[in-house]
Design a protein around this ligand. Structure first.
Ligand code: M6R
Length: 612
């Protein structure tokens, strides 16, 4: 995925684009660039971010000629073509009078570029996106406006896109279009903006709108004109944005990841809205009749990465409290394995971004097969929230760090709250039981805060074990997804070898890997399998591994089973992942710093993956 931005009006366009790109970097940082409409043409600057930082892009922009009230910018996560300057957006046409930025994939780019080259166009990059600039160039030749040229271009391109284009002959104008890839528009007095995501223009726009598939929006100062391709609606949909600028900025923290770990108590509290046990009807956007929910006889949870681990925790909760069989699928596998679903199946897609293509496709497949499909998402109006029957929103605020932290706990919290309400609705728990459990869930923000207050303890353990190259995370029951998530965090940002295992499975093979150079992190908070986890930890200690135990702070026994201990507050065992993950996030964070890595922008990763 990539991030795009455009701005128009008598405003400091270049500065706004650069700041917006900085806030969009979580969508990709292989390269970045801006194109500004200036006297006599388009002025472009581009940089491969690994060699030239966003700061030098900002320095270059200072020397740009006077900007004529319009420009576009792009930050890239490479799909077609190496991550170098040549392939960086904005791309231009042969005349140099048009510049475009694109997020998505033009599926028929090979045919289009062969045809364009035959017709004498000079394509300067290896990207799929550049064809758009040359097609717009062709469509301008009959005297069409930029808007009309973009509309005609969309008739021949196939694939997914969010596009923004500028033209030197139309100063003060940006034309944007969408098909599948996210795009929003913001307006303030005299100016308007277009971007892949809200954080890019937070604090600038006063009103926000979401652009629908098939809409082409022409932005000129504060004026918006909407044209459509096919059946698209003729009006933009207003967006209610509750995020503020502080949420999208580091606010004095050394990294977004650290800030977002600190925000976890609030993310959980806001997600639960601290209102106590909610009847099913109170889940605002769920959109499913209680009668339908009573009839559900199977749940599928589909997700990727960290969201998959949150879904895995939820599987234990749904089965235990609601007595509904739950299948758990990696989203990219779901639709290729002939899942058996029907009108009594509820498929829940879990996703921070609501845009991950694997999860989106799984939800589409679920609906095509006739099941009910809901999305758990953090981003309002993201693709999954539009396409699913209903939504359970996490209210974690924007998550910019590529490594998911606060959205993991928010996802677990909303799924568990939903499971409790479902259990009450289906009479698998007494109201008094759900109330007790919900009251405990509502104490979690404070307990997470207590865990975060121990950060310095966690970080000093990280120093002790930082010399190791192999980390094994073990857990059982809900400690297993916690272990998987701890390992994922560590490998994502520290680039060290880390694996998570169901602790009881280790003896069936992986234990062969353990030796005195290994570090084993055991999730050993009190739960039904606590003593078994301790036995599994004894097995690895006997083979020389250094062991760190995650143990309840009021537990005097468990610490003896490790060389080091991460103490955490105790809770009901099904809520434990919400707290136990905290030291593992700090561990990953510290080891990444020890290795000199950029925690917010780990290599090869993008925050949201919109390609299969
Ligand atoms: O936006 P999503 O939750 O659908 O994203 C899923 C994964 O790509 C994501 O969780 C990824 O694994 C993160 N980098 C985890 O930190």
């Amino acid at each position: 995925m990539c991030g795009i931005i455009g701005a128009t009006g008598p405003i400091p366009v270049a500065k706004i684009l650069i700041e917006g790109l900085e806030r969009l970097e979580y969508r990709g940082y292989d390269s970045a660039g801006v194109a500004l409409v200036v006297e006599g043409g388009i002025w472009r600057t581009r940089a491969a971010v690994s060699t030239v930082s966003m700061k030098s892009l900002a320095d270059a922009v200072v020397n740009a000629p006077k900007v004529l009230d319009a420009g576009v910018g792009h930050t890239r996560w490479a799909t077609h073509g190496a991550p170098n300057e040549r392939n960086a957006h904005p791309h231009s046409d042969c005349t140099g009078k048009v510049a475009i930025v694109h997020n998505g994939i033009i599926e028929n780019h090979a045919i289009l570029s062969s045809r364009l080259i035959e017709d004498g166009h000079n394509l300067a990059s290896d990207t799929d996106s550049e064809v758009i600039a040359h097609l717009v160039e062709e469509n301008l030749r009959d005297g069409s406006s930029l808007t009309q040229a973009v509309l005609n271009t969309l008739k021949v391109i196939e694939g997914t896109y969010a596009i923004a284009a500028v033209r030197s002959d139309e100063p003060g104008t940006v034309v944007a279009a969408r098909n599948v890839s996210p795009l929003i528009v913001g307006v303030s007095e005299g100016a308007s903006y277009v971007a892949s995501d809200i954080p890019a223009i937070l604090g600038r726009a006063e009103k926000y709108f979401s652009v629908a598939d098939g809409q082409v929006v022409t932005l000129k100062g504060e004026n918006l004109q909407v044209d459509v391709v096919g059946e698209a609606p003729g009006e933009l949909m207003p967006l209610e944005v509750s995020w503020d600028l502080d949420m999208a900025q580091k606010g004095g923290y050394e990294s977004f990841m650290l800030k977002e770990i600190d925000e976890e108590p609030r993310a959980i509290a806001d997600t639960l809205r601290m209102r106590g046990i909610e009847a099913i009807e109170m889940f605002d956007e769920l959109n499913l009749d209680p009668a339908v929910l009573r009839q559900i006889d199977k749940i599928f949870l589909v997700a990727c990465g960290t969201s998959f681990h949150a879904a895995m925790v939820a599987k234990y909760a749904f089965e235990h409290w609601c007595k509904i069989p739950v299948e758990l699928d990696i989203a990219s596998e779901f639709r290729y394995r002939d899942p058996v679903v029907d009108g009594k199946t509820l498929v829940i897609g879990v996703s921070q971004s609501g845009e991950t293509i694997d999860t989106l496709q799984a939800l589409r497949e679920a609906r095509r097969l006739g099941s009910h499909a809901i999305a758990v998402a953090n981003v309002v109006d993201s693709s999954m929230t539009r396409e699913a029957d209903g939504v359970l929103y996490t209210r974690a605020g924007p998550e910019i760090g590529v490594a998911a932290t606060k959205t993991f706990v928010a996802q677990v919290a909303i799924l568990e709250a939903f499971a409790l309400s479902l259990a009450e609705l289906r009479n698998t728990l007494y109201k008094s039981e759900t109330e007790l459990l919900m009251n405990e869930l509502l104490t979690i923000p404070l307990k997470v805060e207590r865990a975060i207050a121990r950060a310095s303890e966690y970080r000093s353990v990280a120093k002790e074990i930082g010399d190791s190259k192999d980390f094994f995370f073990l857990g059982r029951h809900v400690g297993y997804p916690t272990a998987l998530e701890g390992a994922l965090k560590l490998k994502e940002i520290s680039y060290l070898h880390a694996e998570g295992f169901a602790a009881g499975e280790l003896k069936h093979g992986p234990i062969a890997l353990i030796d005195s150079s290994s570090v084993v992190i055991g999730v050993a908070t009190r739960g039904r399998l606590w003593s078994k986890v301790l036995s599994n930890l004894e097995e690895v200690r006997a083979r020389g591994a250094r062991v760190v135990v995650v143990a309840n702070e009021d537990d005097t026994q468990t610490a003896h089973f490790g060389d080091y201990v991460f103490k955490v507050p105790s809770t009901h065992e099904l809520f434990a992942p919400l707290i136990d993950i905290i030291p593992l996030q700090f561990l990953a964070y510290d080891l990444a710093l020890q290795h000199g890595n950029d925690v917010d922008r780990p290599r090869n990763l993008a925050k949201t993956v919109t390609v299969e």
